[in-house]
Design a protein around this ligand. Sequence first.
Ligand code: NAD
Ligand code: AHE
Ligand code: ZN
Length: 369
Amino acid sequence: MKTRAAVAFEPKKPLEIVELDLEGPKASEVLVEIMATGICHTDAYTLDGLDSEGLFPSVLGHEGAGIVREVGAGVTSVAPGDHVIPLYTPECRQCKSCLSGKTNLCTAIRATQGQGLMPDGTSRFSYKGQTIHHYMGCSTFSNFTVLPEIAVAKIREDAPFETSCYIGCGVTTGVGAVTNTAKVEPGANVIVFGLGGIGLNVLQGAKMVGADKIIGVDINDDREEWGRKFGMTHFVNPAKVDGDIVQFLVELTDGGADYTFDCTGNTDVMRQALEACHRGWGESIIIGVAEAGKEIATRPFQLVTGRVWKGTAFGGARGRTDVPKIVDWYMNGKIAIDPMITHTLSLEEINKGFDLMHAGESIRSVVVY
Ligand code: NAD
Ligand code: AHE
Ligand code: ZN
């Protein structure tokens, strides 16, 4: 079949809207009509050539929602007509990682996913006979995409696509980092570095679990108003702090935060986040994705004296199990999504979404097909 898609032909070049050829689903695969997709900073990072796994040409996008249109042989868990959210972290429930109960990082198809291919080692997308790569196993910047059955979460049908697509990455990542990874407890003090599409969801997660001081740190002053809408109690712009930002934050939290979260992808900020943790028990969670070649550093003494450095992918969520529950949280008003969707675009306008993100003018742009 044919599908309209925004293709990343080359790094650092705008996406091009073209009509691709798409092969139908093979065994254990499903064809999904994507109804809406968010634009996450990770898409921009890959398009900018900063991802060590980045492949071109490819169909980016990993924050979608849509409808199953066709299923391949042997598919039992979803059927045509089901509403689904694609999962860049699948859940096979059979691999060593899934069975461990210790991680959401299913390994069933990770190798081929990183090569921009379906589990059988081939791509379903092509353009004028040339192979086009999949991205993060999702490729939601295409109106139709093919996904492994284990990489779709079935969701309730009354959830709007144009808002619930954000649960495919940003919402689940931010809220899940608080509830699954850090397991923030009521009364804890929290610092969130970077108040964009992910950081605001960390803030609302922290508020939801009853954190006490919820401090937001961002170099963009416009983010103060945004943070306050989602539970932030204090705002700090590091550019306006006299002296050392870590010292300032440690004093503000009476010895350091119980939990800090990096939502910037900047490795210097990651160090600040670790060192702003309380001696003896503070935990710092890395969410931000750093550009290829960057490394983190700190004095080992920071860890010897009890601070803990952790990371999280997709907020520690087990997609097929947890995503439908997060959709319920949204539909029941436990978490907010609608106000964070600042821009709704057509596929033809998708590059504007990247421009708005880089200019710090959007929280989330969503493309509606
Ligand atoms: P975004 O562009 O919407 O937000 C980033 C925010 O960080 C902006 O508000 C920006 O002003 C702020 N910022 C930038 N540099 C800063 C600095 N030095 N100090 C303080 N604030 C700073 O991006 P996003 O979509 O929220 O994504 C954030 C990061 O999380 C990206 O690196 C993205 O790739 C990553 N991410 C990771 C996961 C995961 O599963 N681990 C999931 C989604 C996104
Ligand atoms: N490919 C990059 C790493 C990118 C990365 O860490 N991705 C996150 C999701 S970001 C969503 O916006 C993730 O899920 N990581 C776990 C995984 O298995 O990819 C690199 O550095 O090579
Ligand atoms: Zn993302």
